[in-house]
Design a protein around this ligand. Structure first.
Ligand code: 4AD
Ligand code: MG
Length: 464
C-alpha cells in the first residue's frame, strides 16, 4: 500500500513539474494569486482602452467568467494588438484602485492577430442578441455569454457523474447506432453508408439497400433505455449520458435534432415513489452544486439569476386526470392527447413555479415498455416532470415486467431480446430520461435551447 502511494505520488509530482505542462498561468488562478508575483497568461483580448500612458486590455482565456485587466505601457503596444487578437503576456500582479487584481505587463506578444475589419462579427463591450451570435457558431465561444454557458454545462456534467458515482451507479456507454426505435414515435434518423461502391459490393450479397450494411434497418438512437435495461439486469443501477437524436419537425425553442440525454435505470425499483425521489434529489443536487461551482457564470448569464424558490420545497405530484381538471378550472380546454406545451407551463404556474410530477398516464399516450398500473389496466405507471421555462424536462416510468403483457405490446419481433430479459432472472426496474439542454435552460434561465450547447442542430440547420 505504502509503495503504491509512493509511486503514484512520484508520478504526479514529476508530471506536474514538467515545464511542458505548466508553462503559463490560467486567469482563474491569477485572479487568486498574491500581489507582486510574476505571471504569464495566454488568452484573447476582448476590449482595449487607450489612455495617456497606458493601454488597458481585458483578457479572457476561458478559465473564468471574470476578465483579467492588463495594464500595458504604451511602448509595448504594436499595431496587431487589437480586440479579438490572441496574446501571450507576462507581467507582475498588481492591484487596481478598486481593489481588483490585475497584471502590469512587462512583455506582450500577439500570437494571432484579429483582422477586425475583415468580418470579425463581435464588437467590444457589446451584448449581441443570441440570434445574431448563433449565425457565427465557429466564433461563438469568444462571447462571454456562450463561454459562461459552456462552463456551466461542463460543471453540470461533472455533478451528474459525481452524483451517480457516489451512489454506486455504473456509467454505461449505450450505442449511438441502433436497430430499435425505443420510443416508437417515428422520430428516428436512418443510417446508411453514403458510398455507392460499398453499397454495390454489399448488395451483391443479396441484401436490400436499407439493410445492406448491418443486415437490418439502422438508426441513430432516440434513447439508450432499452440497452440500459439489459445491462441493469446483470449489474444493478446504471446510467448513461450521451447524444440522442430525434427527427422531429419542430423548430421550437425547446427542441433539438441532437441533444444529450441523461438516462438512469434503477434496479429493483417497484414504485414510482422511488423514481420520483431519485429525480428530485438529483435535480436539487445539481442546482446546489452548480451554484457553488459557477456562481460568477450564472451571474454573467442572468444578473437576476437566484437560487430557485423551490429548492427547499417538495416537488408537487398530480395524476394526469387531476392535471387536466386543474387546467380546465383555469379555462384551458384540455386537449385529449396528452399535455401540450402551453398546458405544461400553465400547470407549473398553477403549482406556483414548483416542479410538478404528472403520474398515472393513459396507456395509449405512452410507450410500449411502460408498466400497466396494478389498480387500472388502462393506465401506466409513468411520470413526466414539468418545470418552469421548459415544461417537460424528464420522462420516466416503471418498466413492464410481466412477460405475457410485454409480449402483447412488443412493437416488433426484432425486440425479442428485450422480451428475453423478462425470462432470465428478471427484476422490477424503473428509469427516466432527462434532457440535459432543458436542464441547462432552467439552471441558466435561457429561453432558447439552441444557446445551451456549442453546435445546435435543428430542422434546416446543421452548420459546421
Ligand atoms: O420523454 P422522453 O422521450 O423519454 C425517453 O426517451 C425515455 N426512453 C427515457 C427513459 O425512461 N430512459 O425523453 C426524455 C427527455 C424529455 O423529457 C426532454 O427533456 C428530452 O428528453 N427531450 C428533448 N430535448 C431536446 N430536444 C428534443 N427534441 C427532445 N426530446 C426529448
Ligand atoms: Mg416525454
Amino acid at each position: 500500500m505504502l509503495l503504491k502511494q509512493a509511486i503514484s505520488c512520484l508520478c504526479r509530482n514529476n508530471l506536474y513539474k514538467n515545464p511542458l505542462l505548466k508553462n503559463y498561468s490560467l486567469i482563474a488562478t491569477v485572479l487568486k494569486s498574491q500581489l507582486g508575483e510574476t505571471a504569464e497568461v495566454k488568452g484573447w483580448v476582448k476590449n482595449l482602452r487607450v489612455q495617456k500612458e497606458h493601454i488597458f486590455a481585458d483578457v479572457y482565456d476561458g478559465s473564468s467568467a471574470e476578465k483579467l485587466q492588463i495594464i500595458i505601457p504604451k511602448a509595448l503596444k504594436t499595431d496587431t494588438l487589437t480586440y479579438g487578437s490572441s496574446v501571450n503576456i507576462t507581467g507582475k500582479i498588481t492591484k487596481s484602485p478598486r481593489g481588483q487584481l490585475e497584471l502590469t505587463a512587462e512583455d506582450v506578444k500577439v500570437i494571432g492577430q484579429c483582422i477586425v475589419m475583415d468580418g470579425y462579427p463581435f464588437n467590444p463591450r457589446t451584448a449581441h442578441p443570441p440570434e445574431y451570435v448563433r449565425q457565427f457558431l465557429h466564433l461563438r465561444s469568444r462571447t462571454n455569454y456562450i463561454s459562461a454557458m459552456l462552463r456551466v454545462r461542463h460543471s453540470i456534467t461533472k455533478h451528474i457523474h459525481d452524483y451517480f458515482y457516489e451512489r454506486n451507479y455504473t456509467h454505461i456507454h449505450t450505442p449511438i447506432l441502433t436497430s430499435n426505435d425505443c420510443e416508437g414515435a417515428g422520430e428516428v434518423f436512418k443510417v446508411e453508408p453514403d458510398n455507392e461502391e460499398t453499397i454495390k459490393a454489399m448488395m451483391q450479397e443479396g441484401k436490400n439497400r436499407e439493410t445492406v450494411y448491418f443486415g437490418k434497418k439502422t438508426y441513430l438512437t432516440v434513447s439508450g433505455q432499452l440497452h440500459l435495461e439489459a445491462i441493469c439486469r446483470g449489474m444493478g443501477n446504471v446510467y448513461t449520458l450521451g447524444p440522442t437524436f430525434r427527427a422531429e419537425n419542430s423548430r421550437s425553442r425547446l427542441h433539438l435534432s441532437e441533444f444529450y440525454m441523461l438516462e438512469a435505470e434503477l434496479a429493483f425499483c417497484d414504485t414510482l415513489e422511488k423514481l420520483k425521489l431519485t429525480i428530485e434529489d438529483l435535480l436539487k443536487y445539481i442546482f446546489i452544486e452548480t451554484r457553488n461551482t459557477n456562481e460568477a457564470d450564472l451571474f454573467l448569464l442572468d444578473k437576476n439569476n437566484k437560487a430557485p424558490k423551490w429548492l427547499d420545497k417538495n416537488f408537487v405530484t398530480v395524476t394526469y386526470e387531476e392535471a387536466k381538471n386543474l387546467l380546465q378550472k383555469k379555462g384551458k380546454n384540455a386537449s385529449e392527447d396528452g399535455l401540450n406545451k402551453d398546458e405544461e407551463l400553465a400547470l407549473v404556474e398553477i403549482c406556483q413555479g414548483v416542479p410538478v410530477f404528472v403520474v398515472e398516464w393513459p396507456k395509449n399516450l405512452k410507450s410500449f415498455y411502460m408498466k400497466e398500473s396494478t389498480s387500472n389496466s388502462s393506465m401506466v405507471d409513468a411520470l413526466d416532470l414539468l418545470t418552469p421555462i421548459t415544461g417537460e424536462m424528464v420522462g420516466g416510468s416503471l418498466r413492464e415486467d410481466d412477460y405475457m403483457k410485454l409480449k402483447h405490446k412488443l412493437p416488433s419481433d426484432s425486440l425479442n431480446w428485450y422480451l428475453d430479459l423478462r425470462k432470465f432472472g428478471n427484476i422490477p426496474t424503473g428509469g427516466f430520461g432527462l434532457g440535459l439542454e432543458r436542464l441547462m435552460q432552467v439552471v441558466c434561465s435561457v429561453s432558447n435551447i439552441k444557446d445551451t450547447l456549442p453546435f445546435p442542430r435543428w430542422p434546416h440547420n446543421c452548420d459546421m
